[in-house]
Design a protein around this ligand. Structure first.
Ligand code: FAD
Length: 288
């Protein structure tokens, strides 16, 4: 029988207090769309579920002078409904819009997608190309971790058991970049990606000022393709340049064979979709 205590704290202080008393025998739950599946599959057997759903103040999308701030409890539905996200953080809009189904997006949160740390998480590659920083709060205070350092293995992150993810910060200058995300999957809805490709870039005239590439389901964790990014910096916008970046990114990836797709196929799709996403992102660059 599945048996656990369900606790619904009213504020963060209460969350920390329950975490302190249950220790690692408790699991935090937000939308529950990963946690409940894991409990049913017997991958998790917590003594207590500490719900974050009472913390509605952690569901927001804001922009100030220095950064975009997206609360950890923000649902994918909220991201999809936000014109700010659609216009200025397009890759994240595309990731959130294609995650699960309407019903899943209504309850599932951005924080849950990232803390669950699946190599296939649809918002991971978008947040990586947007230079997102995870803001964690624990009993000792706040610490900020660039998303590039957040994932340490499949389902593993640097978050300590007594820390809560509060929000994501994205530098305001990223709003001037163009960005795009492609989810390669067999079906249009309710399917995890065979591969996820996100890119972002900023331009100086016809020269690429900066470029980012992130891949999911291409390694044990979502990754940035640093060599391909370095190659693109200072290059002119040409088809051959984006094609070369795609080849470099495919070499940097370490995909595996799985039921959803073979490693060789994933590499070929990286070569295909990196240039395609750059063309899309290029149209979205502001202030060229
Ligand atoms: C039918 C179905 C379809 C799906 N389709 C997709 C898909 O297409 N793409 C995709 O990427 N995912 C998909 N998922 C997975 C899931 O919906 C997402 O990962 C979702 O974003 C998880 O968010 P949640 O709020 O439900 O997380 P939860 O299940 O509540 O939590 C997930 C993990 O994060 C931790 N956690 C949550 N919030 C915090 C926080 N603020 N601080 C610290 N830890 C926290 C929890 O302890 C848990 O370990 C699907 C799931 C289902 C059931």
């Amino acid at each position: 029988m599945i048996d656990y205590e369900y606790i619904k704290p009213r504020n963060l202080e209460e969350v920390f207090s329950y975490l302190a008393s249950f220790g690692k025998r408790a699991v935090l739950i937000a939308g529950g769309t990963d946690v409940m599946v894991n409990i049913r599959n017997k991958k998790l057997a917590p003594e207590a579920l500490i719900s974050l759903r009472g913390l509605r103040e952690l569901a927001y999308i804001r922009k100030d002078e220095g950064a975009y701030h997206i609360g950890a409890l923000t649902t994918h539905r909220m991201l999809k409904a936000s014109s700010l996200v659609q216009e200025e953080l397009s890759a994240l809009y595309e990731g959130a819009s294609q995650l699960g189904s309407v019903q899943i997006r209504n309850v599932a949160t951005l924080g849950g997608n990232i803390c669950n740390a699946a190599p296939s998480a649809d918002t991971a590659a978008p947040l990586l190309v947007l230079d997102a920083v995870a803001v964690l709060r624990g009993p000792e205070g706040i610490r900020k971790v660039p998303l590039t350092e957040f994932f340490i293995g499949p389902s593993q992150t640097v978050r300590a058991w007594n820390e809560v993810l509060i929000e994501f910060e994205i530098p305001a200058e990223i709003g001037r970049f163009g960005s795009a995300y492609h989810k390669l999957s067999r079906r249009k809805a309710m399917d995890l990606p065979i591969l996820g490709v996100a890119v972002s870039l900023s331009m100086r005239g016809e020269i690429i000022r900066e470029a980012r590439i992130a891949l999911s389901v291409a390694a044990p964790t979502p990754i940035r393709a640093r060599q391909a990014e370095g190659y693109l910096k200072g290059k002119p916008v040409q088809e051959e340049v984006f094609a070369e970046a795609g080849e470099l990114a495919a070499q940097e990836a370490s995909p595996r064979d799985s039921l959803r797709g073979q490693a060789w196929y994933r590499r070929e799709m990286i070569e295909t979709f990196v240039p395609r996403m750059f063309k899309k992102a290029l149209d979205r660059v502001k202030n060229r």
